[in-house]
Design a protein around this ligand. Sequence first.
Ligand code: HEM
Length: 467
Amino acid sequence: RPKNFPPGPPILPVVGNLLELNLENPLKDFERLRTTYGDVYSLFIGRKAAVVINGLETVKEAIMTKAADFAGRPQDLLVNDVTQRKGVILADYGSSWREHRRFALMTLRNFGLGKKSMENRILDEIQYTIKTLEKSIGSTLCPRVMFHNAASNIICQVLFGARYEYDDQRIKVIVQCFTENAKIANGPWAMVYDSIPGVRHLPLPFGKAFENYKTCQDFAFRLVNEHKKTRVPNEPRDFLDCYLDELEKRGDDGSSFSEEQLTNYILDLHFAGTDTTSNTLLTAFLYLMNYPHVQERCQQEIDQELQGKDQATYDDRQNMPYVQAVIHEVQRVANTVPLSVFHCTTKDTELMGYSIPKGTMIIQNMASVLREEGQWKFPHEFNPENFLNEEGEFVKPEAFMPFSAGPRVCLGESLARMELFLILVTLLRKYKFIWPEDAGEPDYTPVYGVTLTPKAYRMKVQPRTSN
Ligand code: HEM
């Protein structure tokens, strides 16, 4: 370890500290190592140094106070090779990332204010979810595909103005490829790929990630070509048209905008906007069915607030403190992106008194903040009281950061929050969700990956009589 580098377990040749970690799911190991070495410790993934950061104070110092020092992304991992170093999520801190991020934020905002608001797009999609639920009344349903498709359709509409039926083969394949890649990307074979460059050309299971990505790229490529044929310049129908307009405007000014970037960019946004939102929804229903009193209290508040209204609007959240508390509590326990996206130091810097050289990979242990003792009234249980004060008003503790924070904070946070609110409120208003009698004890332990996914479960849906 370099001088004054954060402490960590003894380093072995070739494998570094890989043997310290259960590569199928290292989250418990990260917690164990924190108890031994403190809030800032180091691990060697093969020969590559990584610093794991834990707890609100440390995370704030890194990604907020010293934001620019910690806002890079590693460039030599499996995921970088798979995505060919294009797009925004994995782009290093620099002009291409900055330009693309700014463009996405602006475009998403404009579409939110455009002819058909983001809110209406979401509400329209919910009607299809309702259709699916209606079909399963009287029996049980596994909601995974339904929520994945709903989240996927919302972002597809924004990106390229299309939605797909829930059994459409094309989108099924894309969602499947991404779901699989989200598991491969920080699974054991990715660790092998990242730590032992010599194996990268061998036909090993990480090859599947490249195949999956290629399938998605072909799909995105076709969409770009279709748009190029049918677009009217300066009359954008969606995100893709906006990008093509921008590309034309920039011409050959040497900017980072290109068609190749565009293909990977829409895949980035589709992936980031699908697996995250849908897994959060799956977690929500898992808990709501098993905490029926929480579900009922949400329904009471919804009934009262929406009396006489056809449908919910995002503004209604201001008068629904309990529902807000439940959604936030779901996000806290769901810990949907458990290691955030890996950061990287952009220069030699310091953290909590330790020296961290430029180019060090930074792993944010999100659970160490979302469940940190001292930050929450009930850190280790599902309890909406974590977000309510004595007066029953909604409050958001500083340690609530499932979207991370600082310059790399989730770019889709507003969209995700709107989706979670409108979907949950609309469905809870209409139906009672019941854990089937024969389903046994619920298993709350999620399946590990870039995103955490609740284990598959079934739900029983009953129309509510009061509505
Ligand atoms: C519940 C839903 C979501 C959660 C929990 C979530 C969480 C996160 C987290 C933890 C990061 C990493 C931030 C960092 O590196 O510090 C991130 C990045 C990102 N998210 Fe989300 N996200 C969600 C939904 C979405 C949606 C709907 C979109 C679609 C527009 C989106 C787009 C992105 C993008 C593009 C980035 C990369 C930002 C950058 O590197 O500058 N996310 N998200």
